[in-house]
Design a protein around this ligand. Structure first.
Ligand code: SF4
Length: 392
């Protein structure tokens, strides 16, 4: 973890596994359209302000189309072209209702860091807009691009994110009074500025340290673990519906929705069910094997049930050994079996070494394995009448 952010902390709180997939394994998120639109709007507004700063204007509606288009094409593969018109309208609304004041605007999309101490990575925040008035009071403005205003009595000072950002800003401006505001950019509406006290900000800072410590410790353990994902619990629930790494989480499970044991009881139920199914499969295979022995192989859906030989004779052992040597491979002694008749009668006995062979030989005939395999081409259509009856 190079840094810790409010988003990381919230992701971990909602579901540790989601944190692991996003930040531990680096899985790329699949963001819903409204989140992509939000990113484009933030970027377009940032470009708009850069344009005003360069041209020295306090407003320039003619720049809206260009800056939005530039920001949009950074994500063009994600959104359809219809969205561009809507986004331009939002940026136009913003530009029409805000004036740029270079003397008071301290930063836009401002990346600020503050050390968390204890060997932890620093806390990083990207602040939408920060202003500094003549009296030295700082205001953190958080842009909201949602289509609805959630409530007219929004209380930004109670937002955990803005409290954390206030703590961040107090690190850079220790003497300043820090206030926060929400700006609903689609609606030309801002909340009142609310002050965050030093105590509230310090409490947010302590919360960040504790939270980051927890995540960093788990991350360290994960680096040593064989199965690191097990350290990060899946908190299934409403969060799954909007989870941006849900696809990776599902794929990681490797089993269908009905078999997702999370509680110890569910795991035991799955274990019992597996034992019962194994017993059932054993019975089925025994019945099928008896049928095959009685009336020949059974072909079904392109595979054949039969007693398959698992041994593959090597025609020339000497040549096989020479080939191994040529390739620089050790001769696979333990995987090779010899024709006992040839060894005993024609080789050891003839040369007087039969007792030596008896001492190491295993009287263990190889058994064919009852299994199903793809039907060999030369054998298809060979299965005979008995098989057809068995299939019926
Ligand atoms: S799909 Fe649900 S359980 Fe899986 S990572 Fe996302 S929130 Fe967690």
């Amino acid at each position: 973890m190079k840094h810790f952010s409010h988003t990381q902390g919230e992701t971990f709180r909602r579901c540790p596994r989601s944190w692991w997939l996003r930040y531990g394994k680096g899985i790329v998120e699949r963001k819903p359209d409204y989140l992509i639109e939000g990113s484009i709007l933030h970027k377009a507004i940032q470009r708009y302000h850069e344009h005003l700063r360069q041209t020295g204007n306090d407003s320039d509606l003619s720049a809206v189309e260009g800056v939005t288009r530039q920001a949009f094409f950074d994500y063009a593969h994600e959104l359809g072209p219809d969205s561009l018109v809507d986004l331009q309208q939002v940026v136009w609304t913003y530009a029409d209702s805000h004036e740029f004041h270079p003397d008071t605007w301290a930063g836009i999309e401002w990346r600020m860091e503050r050390a968390l101490g204890d060997g932890l990575p620093p806390f990083l925040g990207v602040l939408d807009l920060v202003t500094l008035d003549e009296a030295g009071a700082v205001t953190i403005v958080d842009f909201k691009s949602s289509r609805v205003i959630r409530a007219a009595d929004e209380r930004p000072a109670q937002s955990a994110q803005l409290q954390a950002y206030a703590w961040l800003v107090m690190g850079a401006y220790p003497q300043a009074e820090v206030g926060v505001q929400l700006d609903f950019i689609r609606h030309r509406w801002r909340t009142e500025r609310q002050v965050i006290s030093r105590e509230e900000a310090e409490a947010a800072g302590r919360d960040l340290v504790a939270h980051c410590k927890l995540v960093a410790e788990l991350e360290q353990q994960a680096a040593q673990a064989d199965k690191p994902e097990r350290l990060f619990t899946r908190l299934q629930g409403p969060a799954c519906a909007g989870c941006t790494v849900r696809w990776a989480c599902l794929r990681e499970r490797h089993f269908p929705k009905t078999l997702r044991p999370d509680t110890p009881e569910q795991v035991q139920r799955l274990a019992r069910k597996t034992i019962a199914l194994e017993a059932l499969v054993k019975d089925y295979k025994a019945a099928l094997k008896a049928l095959v022995e009685e009336q020949g192989p059974v072909d079904v859906d392109g595979t054949r049930w039969d007693n398959w030989q698992t041994l593959r004779p090597v025609a020339d052992v000497e040549e096989f050994a020479a080939a191994c040597e040529r390739e620089g491979l050790p001769f696979p002694w333990r995987a090779v079996q010899f024709d006992s008749y040839a060894l005993k009668r024609r080789w050891f006995e003839g040369q007087g070494y039969a007792p030596l062979y008896d001492a190491i030989a295993q009287d263990k005939p190889s058994r064919p394995r009852f299994d199903h395999r793809p039907i060999p081409e030369e054998a298809s259509g060979d299965a005979g009448e008995g098989q057809e009856q068995a299939q019926a």
